[in-house]
Design a protein around this ligand. Structure first.
Ligand SMILES: Cc1cc2nc3c(=O)[nH]c(=O)nc-3n(C[C@H](O)[C@H](O)[C@H](O)COP(=O)(O)O)c2cc1C
Length: 190
């Protein structure tokens, strides 16, 4: 797949087929793409925790369900397409074939810039192989509960939970603001 097609059609795919496994060869390709992202000083601090064990996924999914429901309920939006798909993921994250959790030890204020480029690579590589992903971070409200389930040491930060699987929905171009609205040339506009 052309890189621009992958970029244009990679978006939050929250409805994933729980019964269609992800091939390990594909998973390794995706993870390799993730490791190719840039990191400060090429220090490569990220450890990619891949969760496939059904019981562990279920327990992580339960933490996610609680925090995601609380956030969605508080938002007051229960009926938009975004809310419906978010509630779906809240209830089914633990059933995704694979959960990937990028982790890193160090200053949580400085690390994200070295974590998310790899995450985006991971999502683009998954898209190129026909696999859906969603970048989620809401678990961080109860990060310790997730860390306890997976035996992640206290000094290690978790930056996302990315469910991976074959999408039940359709691929489509993500709606984004037009360039005229978000790009300034040479100077900040007055
Ligand atoms: C920093 C960040 C945190 C996010 N956290 C969540 C999350 O916890 N749960 C979720 O369902 N989606 C989460 N998302 C996905 C966004 O809601 C999604 O990328 C956005 O709505 C655009 O969706 P689209 O690419 O399908 O157009 C997150 C995205 C980002 C960049």
């Amino acid at each position: 797949m052309d890189v621009f097609e992958a970029i244009h059609t990679t978006r939050a795919m929250r409805r994933l087929d729980p019964d269609r496994p992800v091939d390990e060869t594909d998973l390794r390709k995706i993870l390799t793409a993730a490791t190719k992202g840039p990191t400060g000083g090429n220090r490569q601090p990220v450890r990619w925790l891949v969760v496939r064990d059904p019981e562990l996924k279920r327990r992580v999914g339960e933490v996610y369900r609680q925090v995601a429901h609380a956030a969605l309920d508080a938002s007051g939006d229960s009926d938009s397409p975004h809310a419906r798909s978010s509630y779906h993921l809240a209830d089914h994250l633990g059933e995704a074939p694979v959960l990937v959790i990028p982790c890193a030890e160090g200053d949580p204020a400085r690390l994200p810039a070295s974590v998310y480029p790899g995450v985006q690579n991971l999502m683009l590589a998954a898209r190129a192989l026909g696999l859906g992903t969603t970048l989620t971070t809401i678990h961080r409200v109860k990060e310790d509960a997730v860390k306890e389930v997976l035996g992640i040491p206290p000094q290690v930060n978790t930056f996302a939970i990315i469910p991976i699987g074959y999408p039940l929905g359709h691929w489509g171009e993500a709606p984004r603001k037009p360039l005229e609205e978000v790009v300034y040339w040479d100077r900040w506009p007055s």
